[in-house]
Design a binder for this molecule. Structure first.
Ligand code: B3K
Ligand code: ZN
Length: 868
């Protein structure tokens, strides 16, 4: 329901940006947490901003009752409130405004602003949640020093936290107590945070490069303390890495992390008081998979890195979101690559980009990394802003080289510490530090859509020279046509016919629509390894023969391209089988046999072998189809896996056995690689879902001493109709029913099943006592798992999959608009599917659009999807 002070959907444009009319010299907030309501007193000293273009003070505010307003201590009533904004006409050059208002955190199911999670209070202010706490200029370019007093019942809420340092604390009558926190560093209000609750503290320390000791505290619910070790280690590693790689030190004496169960996304980088989804803090071998361990490490790092990239240097406006998100994703990806396997990290990151960002770039919701307009900024926390944004930083790193890039980031931090800036400012630092003209490169920030790069090659044996010709093209996207060529770094190496590298990696720079590069002194026709390390986020169209790709798959010194060559071969094979189910794919099956044989000889990295043995996922294959038919893709993919199994059953079983659990659990890259390899092999071995498969998967489950192996076994059983499936699911639930994050997995593992009874299963899960529509993790564990990771059944020709998602979006629209809008994602690419599926997807979108009281969040995604 749109409440009285909610705001009608309105498009905001980058071109309309003007500086804030007033600056805030300080902000004193006082929270009185009472049963049934919270009283917020905000006292702000404002001063006219010399750069401002208006004399009116305009404050954003939603979902609150104003109790009183005072100007310089005098009761003040000459303000207007309209469309979620309080306006005071010409209040003067300098004044103190005090607003007392009442809010209701217990009724806040949107999980924005101040809300309650399992009884504890917490906040989420990015992007525009602060306006649900008090009236303020809720925009990132207003930086101020915050002092925060929190008062609450001492027994129920022994822990009271806000940003910065503890200044004062004490008891009060009636069993109440208070604390005062002061953050000396000016910050935008989206980084404000408050926590009040009954939480346990896990403590450690970190000594910074200048020798200062920082207290590190992780707050969790009683009983979860034992699951914090990995997060704490990850935090210390992040702090050290940022000192070593970027020269960045942490500035305060305390760094807090609080884990909460009800959270709209992964985590939030509030200054010195990060608030996390429990899913990205808690990790223990018995309850977390290897991929959970990796996510915890990556997200702890991500939020910590925001301290410099986002907090100390922040965004001028929300069109600059990628300034902090793209850069911070790049930093966390590099951190994970340094700590683990660089090639594996790159493969996984690129796979994610192709599966989730490429479709976005090809959808009606395509937008540039620095968008020109939006309705709801919360809809713009996208794969494009984050993951493509990171690729843009990576390309600048590639073009400048590591040393010059570091010079440029030093310049960026020197120039802009304490400021709110733009993506243009960032790229200007790159240009200034390197002396390079990056104006053409900046088009990457402005042009949406995934470019295509085609290459062809020619060898001249008389001249012993080799030419590579590249053509780039940019697709049209909503409101953008006739795009200009981009500045694209293409990392290239050359191999000879025996697989020996004859030209180490060079970065070719494409700037024109068509460009040719010549290499000389080559006695034989080389095989090119193009776009090494995926040096640019493009679709590469290659003219390489299958034989060339096979050579690269075995010999390329670039781990990413070695894998990529195998994936290209797999894609070609899948396309062949889609055209002709009887196509001869024996060569491909034999190539996979060679990989298995290598594995049996212990040659090569296990994690990479696991990825080489995994066919591209349906979502990645779909990106290569003119018209997407998930069932047809799945049929071809499955037929190939069956052939691989039939041809190599014994060798696969031997490879599985050779990589059994040695007993002592660890999360080293080697141990994770071994588990991943066993999982990839088990997936092939159990692909036919017969009795033998189920027995093998059950044995894997029974032998498991960790969550990774349990989930591997359950995933292998998920499509099965053998009795072991139900037995293992029941055992899993019984063991872990008290661990909400594991119960999430139990929901997901059933939601992703490609089996006949799926719609009955989904209904059972939806009605299960553990399902809770107000908990985003649980909603995602059922609905996102189904809609994103079960493409065949989600796109069931009956339309039942779409209806299932449609109904929850309509229900969530009033409960949690942000999550509701996010859930629309799998429907937005409707035009890319077969006509029959298109019609059903469109009908689902139209039903959502016709819902009364549609939130601005859902309205934006649904209307843009339909209007395209
Ligand atoms: N900056 C937050 C995301 C906030 C999303 C608000 N809808 C988490 C992150 O990227 O680190
Ligand atoms: Zn971030």
């Amino acid at each position: 329901m749109r409440t009285e002070n909610a705001v009608a959907p309105k498009t905001i444009y980058l071109k309309d940006y003007t500086p804030a009319p007033y600056q805030a010299a300080y902000v004193n907030l006082s929270f009185n947490l009472l049963p049934g309501k919270t009283i917020v007193t905000s006292e702000v000293k404002y001063a006219k901003n010399p750069a401002g273009v208006s004399n009116d003070l305009v404050l954003d505010g939603e979902e609150q009752n104003i109790l009183s307003v005072a100007l310089n201590g005098q009761r003040f009533e000459s303000y207007t409130i309209e469309d979620g904004q309080m306006r005071i006409v010409n209040p003067g050059d300098e004044f103190i405004l005090t607003i007392i208002s009442e809010i209701d955190p217990a009724a806040n199911t949107a999980l924005e602003g101040l809300y309650q999670s399992q009884g504890n209070y917490c906040t989420q202010c990015e992007a525009e949640g602060f306006r649900r706490i008090t009236y303020y200029q809720d925009r990132p370019d207003v930086l101020s020093v915050f002092t925060v007093r929190i008062e609450a019942d001492a027994k129920l809420y022994p822990v009271l936290l806000s940003n910065g340092n503890l200044q004062e604390e004490g008891g009060l009558p009636d069993g109440r107590h208070f604390r005062v926190w002061h953050d000396p560093f000016p910050k935008p209000c989206y980084l404000f945070a408050l926590v009040a609750g009954d939480l346990q503290r896990v403590a450690d320390t970190f000594t910074t490069m200048s020798g200062r000791q920082v207290d590190l505290h992780i707050y969790v619910r009683a009983g979860d303390e034992k699951q914090c070790g990995h997060a704490m280690e990850s935090l210390k590693k992040s702090m050290k890495w940022d000192e070593e790689v970027y020269g960045r030190e942490y500035q305060l004496d305390l760094f807090n992390i609080v884990a909460v169960s009800d959270f709209n996304m992964g985590a939030m980088e509030n200054t010195s008081l990060n608030i996390f989804n429990t899913a990205l803090v808690l990790a223990h071998q018995e309850t977390a998979t290897d991929s959970d361990f990796m996510s915890v490490e990556g997200v702890i790092a991500h939020e910590y890195f925001h301290n410099w990239t986002g907090n100390r240097v922040t965004c001028r406006d929300w069109f600059q979101l990628s300034l902090k998100e793209g850069f911070t994703v790049f930093r966390d990806q590099e951190f994970s690559a340094d700590l683990n396997s660089r090639a594996v990290q790159r493969i996984d990151d690129v796979n994610g980009l192709r599966r989730l960002q490429f479709p976005e770039d090809g959808s009606p919701l395509a937008h540039s990394v620095q968008p020109d307009q939006f309705i709801e900024i919360s809809n713009f926390y996208t794969k494009t802003i984050y993951e493509k944004g990171s690729e843009l930083i990576r390309m600048q790193h590639t073009l400048l080289g590591a040393q010059t890039f570091r010079k440029a980031t030093d310049l960026y931090f020197d120039r802009y510490d304490g400021h709110a800036v733009t993506c243009d400012d960032f790229v200007q630092c790159m240009a200034d530090a390197s002396g390079r003209d990056l104006s053409q490169f900046f088009r990457w920030y402005k042009q949406a859509g995934t470019p295509t790069v085609q290459f062809s090659s020619a060898y001249d044996s008389a001249k012993q020279s080799y030419t590579l010709t590249f053509k780039q093209s940019q697709p049209d996207t909503p409101e953008q046509t006739n795009k200009q060529p981009l500045h694209i770094p293409v990392a290239v190496g050359l191999l000879d016919a025996n697989g020996k590298e004859v030209l180490p990696t060079q970065v070719l720079e494409l700037t024109a629509r068509e460009q040719t590069f010549t290499f000389t002194d080559l006695p034989g026709r080389p095989v090119p390894s193009i776009l090494r390390g995926f040096s640019a986020p493009v679709k590469l169209e290659t003219d390489l023969s299958d034989d060339d790709l096979r050579l690269l798959q075995v010999h390329d010194s670039d781990g990413f391209n070695k894998w990529e060559a195998g994936q290209t071969l797999a894609l070609r094979t899948i396309e062949r089988v889609m055209k002709d189910p009887a196509a001869d794919i024996s060569q491909y099956v034999a190539d996979v046999g060679a990989l298995i044989a290598q594995g049996l000889q212990g040659i090569g990295d296990k994690a990479l072998l696991a990825r080489a043995l995994t066919l591209p996922m349906i979502g990645v294959i779909a990106q290569h189809q003119a018209v997407i038919d998930p069932a047809a893709i799945d049929a071809a993919r499955t037929a190939i896996v069956h052939q691989i199994k039939r041809a190599h059953k014994e060798a696969l079983a031997a490879l599985y056995d050779a990589n059994g659990n040695p007993g002592s659990f660890s999360i080293t890259p080697e141990a994770m690689g071994r588990r991943a390899l066993q999982a990839a092999v088990l997936e092939i071995l159990t692909s036919t879902n017969g009795t033998g498969c189920a027995a093998r998967a059950k044995a894997h489950y029974d032998a498991a001493d960790n969550m990774t192996d349990r989930v591997t076994a359950l995933a292998s059983l998920s499509d099965s109709s053998q009795p072991q499936r139900a037995e293992v699911l029941a055992d899993f639930y019984k063991r872990f029913k008290d661990y909400p994050l594991v119960v999430d997995k139990w929901f997901s593992l059933q939601a992703i099943a490609n089996r006949e009874q799926i719609f009955e299963d989904l209904t059972m899960l939806r009605n299960h006592a553990d399902f809770n529509i107000k908990n985003p993790n649980r909603v995602r564990s059922l609905y996102s798992a189904f809609a994103i990771n079960n493409p065949v059944k989600f796109h069931d020709p009956s339309g039942k999959g779409y209806a299932f998602l449609r109904d929850v979006i309509i229900e969530l629209n009033t409960i949690n608009p942000q999550i509701a809008a996010r859930m629309v994602t799998p429907l937005r690419e409707w035009k890319r599917y077969t006509p029959a599926l298109q019609a059903l997807m469109k009908a689902a979108l139209e039903a959502i659009q016709a819902t009364p009281n549609l939130s601005g969040d859902v309205f934006e995604i649904v209307s843009k999807s339909l209007n395209a």
